[in-house]
Write a protein that binds this ligand. Sequence first.
Ligand code: SF4
Ligand code: SF4
Length: 133
Amino acid sequence: MAMERELLKNAMSKPCTLAYPFEKREMPKGTRGRHEYDEAKCTGCGMCSRVCPSFAIELKGLGPKCEGLKVNLGACLFCQQCEESCPTGAIWLTTAYELAVINKADQILDFKRTPRAPAAPVAKPAAPVEVKK
Ligand code: SF4
Ligand code: SF4
């Protein structure tokens, strides 16, 4: 009798699985997925690349001349250290989790940045004027 009751209960209830890939689950906040990058915020400081424990970030030039960066998802540990260390919030992990690729080369995220002119040197303050007594 218990078995029939269980069968009836399951036949009446909704499935708890999704018909993936036709239906997709919305990932909870905090899920560490594919990176995103905002070139306007990036200063080319290189901190993200320096702190990456798996050397997954390659910077394309430093400072104002930086032309962006490459993130190798095949090497990435999704530790989020790059996001936490970026002083300007230019790189962050999204909840995008579908990262499977056919070709290994497609694991590389190639983020582009337009190089900027270096900041103009700050003018030296004028020497103090001596006042004759
Ligand atoms: S999430 Fe971690 S391992 Fe992946 S690129 Fe950022 S610092 Fe490197
Ligand atoms: S993404 Fe952030 S940490 Fe990386 S080079 Fe740009 S500003 Fe620096």
